[in-house]
Every structure is written in C-alpha cells, then in structure tokens.
Design a binder for this molecule. Structure first.
Ligand SMILES: [Zn+2]
Length: 113
C-alpha cells in the first residue's frame, strides 16, 4: 500500500510546520492528490488514521482534493483531459504530449490552534 508512505511524508511536513508555529491541535488538513499518483482516498484516510494517532493531528479532518489528469500537446499547444492510457492529442493526433496536471501530491493548507 503506497498510500502509507505518501501520507507519512505529508504528515511529517504538517507536524513540523505545526510545531514551528506553536499549533497544538490540528483541525483540518487539505491535500491535493493527482490522479496519476494512483492513491486511493480510502487508503489515504486509513493511513492518516494510523499515522495521526497520538499526534496533534489525531482528530483532524482530512480533505482530499483529487486532481484529474490534464495534458498539453507540444505540437499544437492544445490542452485536454487525459483519458485512460490514450495520451494522443485529440486535435492534431500527435503523441508528443506532456502531463501538466494529475501527478501532484501536496498539502494545500492545514488549520489548527
Ligand atoms: Zn496537438
């Protein structure tokens, strides 16, 4: 389950930041998860439950913002949503495309007191 490692990395960042800002109880954590990370929300929540135990984030609400896959065509600059494994440009048919959204994994914000 790779979600566990992903959440562990995010948690470390949140807890360090909270400590630096004198936050003792975290209420909300919002994360952005790209489709390409293949991270399942249920597995993320489950990992979070385990990893937040006995930390200031213990009862925090985890908000997950899923970011859909989006590609840009290098040939004609067309921007389109990625579907399954077909990354060819629907406008010019070029396979010379790049993923511009959907690979991210980061903390958008967290709130505490
Ligand atoms: Zn194109």
């Amino acid at each position: 389950m790779h979600e566990f490692a992903l959440v562990r990395g995010l948690m470390e960042a949140v807890l360090t930041e909270a400590e630096n800002n004198g936050i003792q109880k975290i209420n909300i954590i919002k994360i952005v998860v790209g489709e390409m990370t293949a991270a399942l929300p249920d597995a993320l929540r489950f990992s979070f439950e385990i990893l937040s135990r006995d930390t200031p984030a213990q009862d925090a609400e985890l908000l997950i913002d899923k970011q859909a896959l989006q590609l840009d065509c290098r040939q004609c600059r067309f921007s389109f949503p990625g579907e399954s494994l077909n990354y060819n440009c629907p406008q010019c048919g070029s396979g010379n495309t790049e993923i511009v959204k959907g690979q991210e994994l980061y903390i958008e914000y967290f709130e505490g007191e």
